[in-house]
Design a binder for this molecule. Structure first.
Ligand SMILES: C[S@@+](CC[C@H](N)C(=O)[O-])C[C@H]1O[C@@H](n2cnc3c(N)ncnc32)[C@H](O)[C@@H]1O
Length: 175
């Protein structure tokens, strides 16, 4: 079964993690992997944090060991020379997406654990990059298309929200 993961390591604005969680559940992400800090702000999540599974690791290398045990590729999302256009869908199997810091982008240490990189082509000249949560959403959507995830049932103008609450990890705190 193909799965996707989002790795949160150095996201500075903790409310961006809440927004990431909303996109994660919308695009069928199996787990959000929090590395380092365990706490995040649910602002922006629109209640979706109870539908996302979170897992915590102390270090990037611990997270990598876990993801490799799941036979996952680790994909850095960044505008780098060696990044592949995400619209080419350069995916092979289950994939974990690592996004960069809002100010600095992906660090050298973060790049080291990545198997490959994707970038999102931009067409207008007004900004050097996208907001990190917007970038994550676009990439996760492309992955879902590639993986053939089933579209959720719609009811009128909305998607049907699941009943179940996700398992919350020990030690991850939402505020
Ligand atoms: C605001 S951007 C970081 C910009 C940073 N000033 C830099 O120059 O690297 C935050 C993160 O969003 C993602 N991102 C934003 N725009 C992107 C794009 N067009 N393609 C791929 N990733 C992008 C990357 O993960 C990036 O590290």
């Amino acid at each position: 079964m193909i799965e996707s993961y989002v790795v949160v390591h150095n996201i500075a604005k903790r409310h961006n993690v809440g927004t990431l969680a909303r996109s994660a559940t919308a695009f069928g992400v199996s787990e959000m992997i929090l590395v380092g800090r365990r706490d995040f702000n649910a602002f922006g999540s629109h209640g979706s944090t109870s539908h996302v599974n979170f897992r915590h690791f102390h270090s990037l290398s611990d997270a990598r060991v876990f993801l490799k045990s799941k036979d996952c590729d680790i994909c850095g999302v960044e505008i780098t020379d060696n990044a592949v256009d995400v619209t080419q869908h350069p995916f092979k199997k289950s994939t974990a997406f690592l996004l960069g810091n809002e100010g600095m982008g992906l660090s050298a240490k973060e790049c080291e654990i990545c198997d490959f990189f994707v970038y999102i082509p931009q067409y207008g000249g007004g900004t050097a990059s996208l907001n990190v949560t917007v970038a994550a959403s676009i990439v996760l959507h492309h992955f879902g298309v590639w993986a053939g995830f089933s579209e959720r049932t719609r009811d009128g103008n909305k998607y049907v929200v699941a009943e179940r609450s996700a398992r919350q990890p020990s030690g991850c705190s939402v505020y």
